[in-house]
Design a protein around this ligand. Structure first.
Ligand SMILES: [Zn+2]
Length: 196
């Protein structure tokens, strides 16, 4: 089932997600719904707070990035094959140089800004079958994980830009809150203006 994506300004996007009980019988369906919702919106990642659930869950599929001709073939191949569910994730290490990349977010349509993040991460999580994993990721895969991980910590990419840039996008963020933006996927806005 495709779920509406929660827009910027909704308090659920600011909650620190709670750990999922692995015995929760609804979790498989939630995961399936999140993939469906992400693909429908042409996203490469989606975190549970973005569908209104303040829990530690996010899904990633970087296949759309694999078409990027600026990338080396090896990285393209990695991106093409990378699909992963992260349950109760914890980033235990971030290292390497910080590098900038122009990020966007399905909860913040039509806003893109350069965000600086560490090159490499070590993360512990449970996969879709609740197997415990510890993995090291770098490059664009690490970046998508860091972005989604921030969501389960209540952080948005717009928190990570300079105060000047924040000032410049203020109006656009207000428009999103009021539902004055029309992406090609279903959204739930924080404080929609009536009569529209
Ligand atoms: Zn996002």
């Amino acid at each position: 089932m495709i779920l509406p994506i929660i827009g910027y300004g909704d308090p659920v996007l600011r909650k620190v997600g709670v750990d999922i009980d692995v015995n929760d019988p609804t979790i498989k369906e939630t995961i399936a719904n999140m993939y469906e919702t992400m693909y429908n919106a042409h996203g490469v990642g989606l975190a549970a707070p973005q569908v209104g659930l303040p829990i530690r869950l996010f899904v990633i599929d970087t296949t759309p990035f694999s078409d990027d001709e600026d990338l080396e073939e090896e990285e393209q191949m990695q991106l093409k094959d990378f699909k992963q569910t992260f349950i109760n994730a914890k980033i235990i290490k971030e290292e390497g140089e910080e590098w900038g990349f122009n990020e966007g977010c399905l909860s913040i349509p039509e806003v893109r800004e350069d965000v600086y993040r560490h090159e490499r991460i070590t993360i512990e999580y449970l996969d879709e079958d609740f197997n415990k994993k510890t993995e090291v990721y770098d490059g664009l895969i690490a970046r998508v994980i860091q972005h989604e991980y921030d969501h389960i910590e209540g952080i948005l990419f717009t928190d990570l830009i300079s105060s000047l840039k924040k000032q410049l996008i203020k109006k656009r963020l207000a428009n999103i809150m009021e539902g004055k933006t029309r992406p090609d996927y279903k959204m739930k806005f924080a404080s929609p203006k009536k009569g529209r």
